[in-house]
Design a protein around this ligand. Structure first.
Ligand code: NAG
Ligand code: NAG
Ligand code: NAG
Ligand code: NAG
Length: 190
């Protein structure tokens, strides 16, 4: 083997090294992580969970915080803004294992269509993702069968993440607005 081949082999070993880190780190550890990023390999993580949005009842997890002068007359609820802290679970049943919470807000941004602007953080609370977050910022045509929304970033395990989420309504109570939504999230991160 010539020198070049050995150097290339060493580089490929470095390139393949995964970089593992916890969610709470000292500034020095963050610097080290950033330094290693040049050699780190990107990976794809897929997550599947159910989002429980409950505006009704004694313990709502979604609450209206604002509306426009036309919201009440608008078939698309234009101008309505809801703040949420919705549980995320492994199965559609609300009693199934809690894996995190969706905290943030959505607002009705379509004059004609029910087009929600979603600005929501998924804050994970279980397993290796405990303490890490992913952020959705995108358009949710809530009445369509499947909606795709961008994941614009993350923290902790998901630092520098990018990806997308696909959402499908699992159940909706038209009277109360309570909904359970099936989410698949695919992200690339280090
Ligand atoms: C819209 O309807 C709600 C509930 O009925 C009411 O509290 C609110 O004042 C109305 N808003 C406007 C701008 O008419
Ligand atoms: C998640 O992390 C928090 C803070 O470090 C800890 O208190 C909690 O027990 C962890 N939960 C799980 C399920 O590991
Ligand atoms: C998520 O992926 C699972 C497994 O592939 C599939 O059954 C489900 O329909 C998907 N849901 C969405 C919203 O794409
Ligand atoms: C919707 O919620 C109301 C109030 O909790 C309940 O009476 C009704 O049965 C629900 N409808 C469906 C289809 O689950």
């Amino acid at each position: 083997m010539d020198k070049l081949a050995i150097v290339l082999m060493l580089i490929s070993l470095v390139v393949a090294m995964p970089i593992v880190h916890s969610t709470i780190e000292e500034p020095k550890e963050v610097d080290e992580w950033l330094h290693k990023i040049h050699f780190a390999k990107e990976k794809m993580t897929k997550l599947h969970f159910y989002f429980h949005d409950t505006p009704s009842g004694k313990n709502p997890t979604a609450m209206q915080v604002a509306q426009s002068s036309i919201t009440n007359k608008s078939s698309a609820l234009f101008g309505l803004i809801e703040m949420i802290d919705d549980p995320l679970t492994t199965e559609p049943e609300p009693t199934s294992k809690l894996v995190g919470r969706a905290q943030g807000l959505y607002g009705a941004s379509g004059l004609q269509d029910l087009a929600l602007l979603m600005a929501v953080n998924f804050a994970f609370t279980s397993g290796k993702f405990n303490g890490s977050t992913l952020t959705i910022l995108g358009r949710n045509l809530a009445l369509h069968p499947i909606r795709e929304m961008p994941i614009v970033g993350g923290t902790g395990v998901f630092r520098l993440a990018r990806g997308f989420a696909r959402a499908k309504t699992y159940s909706l109570n038209a009277t109360t607005g309570d909904a359970i939504v099936d989410y698949n999230v695919s992200v690339i991160h280090y």
